[in-house]
Design a protein. Structure first.
Length: 106
């Protein structure tokens, strides 16, 4: 397992990924014409985050370990409803299966 925060003592299992959701300021909510959308309007579940830790991978039917395709530090887009919320040391994190990650944002 790789991690960014040395104080964090959690290791995702299998194909699970630990994500810190990005705040509204980090995702820059603007309309196509450049109008900034206030955070009071945006009360939906998060969709973007930064990977904090990754599990070892998933085993296929033959017992071969399939490596993870994402890594610590990647900024990702994930399914709104495909995660579990946890709280550690006063911070909120999301645990997501790798299959719920839709894209890596470059």
């Amino acid at each position: 397992m790789k991690k960014i925060n040395n104080k964090l003592n959690i290791r995702p299992l299998g194909d699970k990924v630990l994500i810190k959701a990005l705040s509204v300021g980090e995702t820059e909510k603007k309309s196509k014409s450049g109008i900034i959308i206030p955070d009071t309007i945006d009360k939906e579940k998060p969709e973007q985050g930064r990977i904090v830790a990754v599990g070892g991978g998933k085993y296929d039917d033959s017992g071969k370990l399939l490596p993870m395709s994402v890594k610590v530090g990647d900024r990702v887009l994930f399914s709104k409803y495909g995660y579990d919320e946890i709280k550690m040391d006063g911070e909120e994190f999301l645990i997501v299966s790798e299959s719920q990650i839709l894209a890596v944002i470059k």
